[in-house]
Design a protein. Structure first.
Length: 449
């Protein structure tokens, strides 16, 4: 069970929950971390081991390799059972999609308790025979330019990071002499990919050799080990869709509307758009279903989980992702979360679209720390936005609130019920750094202040 050492009370509580759910009996850790762990026996400090240890054991492809606990941004954390064959499949898929081979340097800072760090930055280079270079997440957060220097220092680089990392890097800017011409692939995934992020990153780092086709928006989830789909070697694509049609479940291109980034096409698995148990044609919005060797066998100890085991195309074992999407001109677009969908007066609003508008409304709003959710009270259905105040920002609260209200109204025709501006760090987050909407709703949804 890949886990992070707890550094605060919330992380310690989550760790205790995972331990109780998984039934783990032995700790494997390093000497640097051992002292931070709660009392537990036995503990194996791996960097203090001497000798070869036990003989290798043959692993059946269908036996569990590890449990990947979901981040909890959309549900209580649950351990996806990842069998050995799924690791091999995910590495093959990633190697094929991103052309990772023995000459590739996989470089990054994503921690190994996160599926992206574990598979894309650790297992993939081992599978492909390439090289792996790491830095700590704390180093990146405090000095985003160090990530860019890391990418510039090695040949034939593949890297992977969530959307907010590309925003932080663009905000930090480029150093003189930076050369990113040998970055082959920069994967953007693990959270919604925003159109403005890629354009800003390319604007800042294009003059320093970063090629547009190296930027690869991607889609994946823990229940599929990590990889589902990605942009190809041609680089990022996108489309502008009519907002009203999209809200009614249809993707219709227009000149002025909702811009979405394509997450490309799947490799080594089947992806379908499904509504009411039936596959949908191109252009129709529905739930994303996945079938392939990379799909987990279920959640640990939860045999009745409805996410696994659906039937389609005469095949059992489809994964219902809970994500909404649409296939347009052969490309997959992720439009939102089924459970997070905000419905007001019969219209569908995707939280990440509202969050994107609010995040760009004013410099005092931290663009990657915004939560939008629906509320139902005596006044009917409505939407609420909670946004973190950017560090060091100085602005009038009423001015920022009005800017958020105007931006959401102008882009989505939606009048927000409330806007809460909270201090930096005030929004609850998952272990992987995503804003936890359900926890934000529980904390702020009933607050009329």
């Amino acid at each position: 069970v890949p886990l992070m050492p707890p550094s605060n009370a919330a992380q310690a509580e989550r760790l205790a929950g995972v331990l109780a759910d998984s039934g783990a009996r032995v700790w494997l850790t390093s000497s640097a971390v051992a002292g931070r762990l709660p009392a537990h026996d036995p503990v194996v400090v791996v960097d203090e081991l001497t000798g070869p240890g036990a003989d290798p054991v043959f692993a059946d492809p269908e036996t569990p390799a590890y449990l990947q606990y979901t981040s909890g941004s959309t549900r209580e954390p649950a351990g996806a059972v990842i069998p050995h064959r799924a690791i091999v499949a995910a590495c093959w898929q990633g190697g094929r999609a991103y052309a990772v081979d023995e000459g590739t340097t996989c470089a990054g800072w994503i921690p190994f308790f996160h599926d992206m760090g574990l598979i894309q930055l650790l297992c993939l280079p081992v599978f492909a025979g390439g090289r792996a270079v790491f830095m700590s997440p704390a180093e990146f957060v405090h000095r985003p330019r160090r990530w860019l220097r890391q990418l510039a220092d090695y040949p034939a680089v593949f890297t992977a990071a969530p959307n907010f990392a590309y925003d932080l890097a663009a905000d930090a800017g480029a150093e003189d002499g930076l050369d990113l011409s040998d970055v082959r692939v920069a994967l953007n995934g693990a959270e919604p990919v925003r159109p403005a992020t890629g354009e800003r990153f390319l604007e800042v780092f294009g003059p320093h050799g970063f090629r547009r086709e190296a930027y690869r928006p991607s889609y994946g989830l823990a229940e599929a080990t990590v990889y589902v789909a990605s942009a190809g070697p041609e680089g990022p694509r996108g489309a502008v869709f009519d907002r009203e049609a999209l809200a009614q479940g249809h993707a219709v291109e227009t000149v002025d509307g909702q811009e979405l980034v394509s997450v490309g096409r799947p490799v080594g698995q089947r992806v379908r758009i499904v509504h009411d148990g039936h596959e949908q044609p191109d252009g129709a919005v529905g739930e994303i279903w996945i079938h392939g060797p990379n799909v987990a066998t279920g959640y640990w100890g939860r045999g009745d989980a409805t996410a696994f085991g659906a039937t389609l195309d005469g095949l059992d074992g489809w994964l219902r992702t809970g994500d909404l999407g649409v296939v347009h001109r052969g490309d997959l677009y992720v439009t939102g979360r089924l459970k997070d969908l905000i419905v007001i007066d019969g219209r569908n609003f995707h939280p990440q679209d509202i969050e994107a508008a609010a995040g760009e409304a004013h410099p005092a709003v931290r663009r990657d720390r915004v939560a939008a959710f629906g509320v139902t009270d005596d006044d009917g259905e409505g939407a609420v936005v909670v946004a973190e105040w950017a560090r060091g920002a100085e602005a009038d609260v009423k001015e920022v609130t009005r800017a958020v209200l105007r931006a959401v109204s102008a882009e989505h025709g939606l009048t927000l019920r409330r806007v809460h501006l909270v201090p930096s760090g005030g929004l609850p987050r998952t272990s992987s750094g995503k804003v936890a909407r359900s926890a934000a709703k529980a904390r702020y949804g009933g607050d009329r202040g």
